[in-house]
Design a protein. Structure first.
Length: 227
């Protein structure tokens, strides 16, 4: 159901506004609200020429920002509708947009990557271990993986079942069920370690700022330079 949900979401958004070019955002966002938490600097201070893939790029906002910063960016999404949105809005920025699953894109390619990002994207909507293993294989030594997911404590109690189904609303008010993997921070860390990645930060963000519980979990990890 996940792919069809995002296709329906994209179709509704394209119907709301003309699918013309947009200016790339001035900042990269890791939460679902603006100006909360860090920006693209967690990927490095100089992004010029760096090879980056965004897994589950959606309408392409963050990929466009990274492209404008000089990175060589590919946004990947399994939804044809989201790729249409991304191309319509940000095809002029230099970012490339490909339709496909995150796992298949990572496993088919062989070019080493300097960074892999996912913002409420494929990481969390795909079985974690195979995807993180594939990401680790593609990263260069010293390469960065950074991803944000809904915080498992956002409703007050951490969910004990990692694989869950969440009812989400479409722009027209209808709803659909989306499957997620919601891991506790320590479980994410162990899964990343088993994939050969070292966690460098676990950030708990409140978005909106007055939320009683953290709503976004932002994790950064790095591939060791030496085995």
């Amino acid at each position: 159901m996940t792919g069809s949900f995002w296709d329906a979401h994209a179709t509704a958004r394209l119907a709301e506004a003309p699918p013309g070019p947009l200016e790339a955002p001035a900042r990269m966002e890791w939460t679902q609200q603006r100006d909360i938490g860090p920006g693209a600097e967690i990927l490095g201070t100089d992004l010029a020429g760096r090879r980056i893939i965004e897994l589950g790029c959606g309408p392409g906002h963050n990929a466009a920002h990274l492209a404008q910063a000089g990175a060589r960016v590919i946004g990947v999404d399994s939804s044809a509708g989201q790729i249409r949105r991304a191309l319509a809005h940000y095809g002029h920025t230099g970012a490339l947009f490909h339709r496909g699953t995150a796992l298949s894109h990572l496993t088919r390619g062989s070019v080493p990557l300097d960074a892999i990002v996912s913002v409420f994207g494929a990481i969390g909507l795909t079985e974690p271990a195979p995807l993180l293993n594939a990401a680790s294989r593609r990263l260069t030594p010293g390469g960065v993986l950074a991803f944000s997911v809904p915080h498992p404590q956002r409703s007050g109690a951490i969910r004990r079942t990692p694989r869950t189904r969440e009812v989400m609303a479409l722009p027209d008010g209808s709803t659909a069920t989306v499957e997620r993997w919601e891991l506790e921070p320590a479980t994410w860390a162990r899964t990343l370690n088993r994939a050969g990645l070292q966690v460098t930060a676990l950030q708990h963000h409140f978005a909106p700022a007055n939320s009683p519980w953290p709503t976004t979990l932002l994790i950064t990890a790095r591939k060791p330079r030496h085995p």
